[in-house]
Write a protein that binds this ligand. Structure first.
Ligand code: ATP
Length: 230
């Protein structure tokens, strides 16, 4: 079933065309990677999908209809998430859950459930400031999942991590994608290959190639090898 459809999406910043008429759709249960070089328009696209940025033109429909506010359905982890380093992981999640209008008891329960899911139960009382990069990103994943979104949007979730953190977060994403539809951006083909079902390659705000990962890789083997962005 189709979850989200984007039609002729355009975003201009003054005279810069950051996104230049993108059209694609995301089916429920898929893990989609958005692959492109720096400045290709990935962050701008994901911000529009998450309802944080108004498109200059074009439309986004969710479950077949144009929603007034799609943010309730979306979990979003920005490229540079900010945490309150003086809080413990658990305090931060409870705080996030209460912002998402869960009552105290639900917030506690949901936080514990997610801490376990992202492998941070043992570290839940430690201050976030002492977490590794991978732990912070896993906490960010838990935060994005707090209100049980139908679509999880992750902007470059592993780009800033060392190899261990990258491994931790990719493994976590592999588990999460069993239950939630995911779109994530990356500039590294290998990350896209590792966990996505579908791939959208964007270049200068426009789609270069898209489709099922295996088909795209097979069909465009030579050109893709040339589009190695790291
Ligand atoms: P990166 O991997 O570097 O984050 P990206 O693929 O996410 O790149 P965007 O951040 O969406 O790309 O940027 C797309 C284009 O829009 C770039 O040319 C960028 O300089 C421009 N841009 C992005 N945000 C703004 C802004 N707030 N004002 C002006 N131009 C912007």
């Amino acid at each position: 079933m189709e979850l989200l459809r984007v039609t002729n999406l355009v975003k201009k910043y003054g005279s810069t065309n950051a996104v230049n008429g993108l059209s694609f759709h995301i089916d429920e249960g898929r893990c989609v990677s958005l692959l492109g070089a720096n400045g290709a328009g990935k962050t701008t696209t994901l911000k529009m999908l998450s309802g944080l940025l108004e498109p200059t033109s074009g439309s986004i429909s969710f479950q077949g209809t144009k929603q007034k506010d799609i943010r309730q359905y979306i979990g979003y982890l920005p490229q540079y998430p900010s945490f309150f380093n003086w809080m413990s992981g658990k305090e931060f999640l409870v705080f996030t859950a209460e912002l998402a209008k869960l009552n105290r008891k639900e917030a506690e329960e949901r936080s514990e459930e997610l801490l376990e899911r992202v492998g941070l139960l043992d570290a839940k009382k430690r201050k976030i400031g002492g977490y590794s990069g991978g732990m912070k990103q896993r906490l960010g994943l838990a935060q994005a999942l707090i209100h049980r979104p139908k679509l999880l949007i992750l902007d470059e979730p592993v780009s800033a991590l060392d190899p261990l953190g990258r491994r931790e977060v990719l493994d976590m994403m592999r588990e999460i994608k069993q239950e939630t539809t995911v779109i994530f951006s990356t500039h590294v083909l290998h990350d896209a290959q590792e966990i996505s079902d579908d791939i959208i390659i964007i270049n200068e705000g426009d789609i270069a190639i898209s489709g099922e990962l295996e088909n795209v890789i097979e069909q465009y083997r030579q050109p893709i090898i040339q589009i190695e962005f790291d």
